[in-house]
Design a protein around this ligand. Structure first.
Ligand SMILES: N[C@@H](CCC(=O)N[C@@H](CS)C(=O)NCC(=O)O)C(=O)O
Length: 200
């Protein structure tokens, strides 16, 4: 069975839990504890993921780290309808575009602000807030006029961007001015087989 190295409070691992639920993929969750901002992992884990981070997945001899890579792999392998990762070149490219935002301004902004305020990690809160505002502005430029980030149905682009936007308040980031973003959060939560996490 597919194993997910995971923690309940991790938004990056939550992205994988969301797709596993949407695709109804049987899996086992293996909790990884954290101390002073670092995962408590052994050498065996570092052979699976030399960064020592979560999420990581393992399926028999195969393992993969990084939420973006894992979302792409699971959607390619298990979503026979290709809804979550469209094969059409233009739509595929648009999905990749939003995955890029998820790993850049969302990570350096919304993720980092929450890590500082909510999880007590060190960092520059003002810089994180500035990147978070940029991320929200970019998201609003799309979501003010369209229901989903890429094409006309939800994709892994929405999954990748959703967690840290929905958790923005935990980093003292206000999303209320971004009407399209707030509507999108509500639509995402209303999806069939949606699962929450603490704070969402
Ligand atoms: N770019 C990576 C980021 C992963 C990440 O930041 N993981 C955090 C939890 S959300 C973590 O493992 N932090 C503890 C550590 O780095 O030891 C991804 O998208 O998977």
């Amino acid at each position: 069975m597919l194993k997910l190295y995971d923690r309940e409070t991790s938004g990056n691992a939550y992205k994988i839990r969301l797709l596993l639920s949407f695709l109804d993929i049987p899996h086992e969750r293996i909790p990884v504890s954290i101390k002073d901002g670092r995962n408590q992992v052994d050498d065996a884990y570092l052979t699976l993921n030399p960064r020592g981070q979560i999420p990581t997945i393992q399926e028999g001899e195969f393992s993969l780290w990084g939420s973006t890579a894992i979302l792409c792999y699971l959607a390619s392998r298990y979503d026979k309808t290709a809804c979550w990762l469209p094969r059409d070149p233009a739509q595929f490219g648009q999905v990749m575009q939003w995955l890029e935002l998820a790993q850049n301004e969302i990570q350096t902004g919304l993720f980092r602000a929450r890590a500082i305020v909510h999880l007590g990690l060190a960092g520059d809160l003002e810089a994180a807030h500035q990147a978070a505002r940029q991320a929200l502005g970019v998201l609003e430029s799309r979501l003010g006029a369209a229901q989903w980030l890429a094409g006309s149905a939800p994709t892994i682009a929405d999954i990748a961007c959703f967690p840290y936007v929905a958790l923005a308040g935990e980093g003292r980031v206000d999303t209320s001015q971004h009407v399209g973003v707030c509507r999108w959060i509500a639509d995402f939560k209303a999806l069939d087989r949606f699962v929450g996490m603490p704070g969402i």
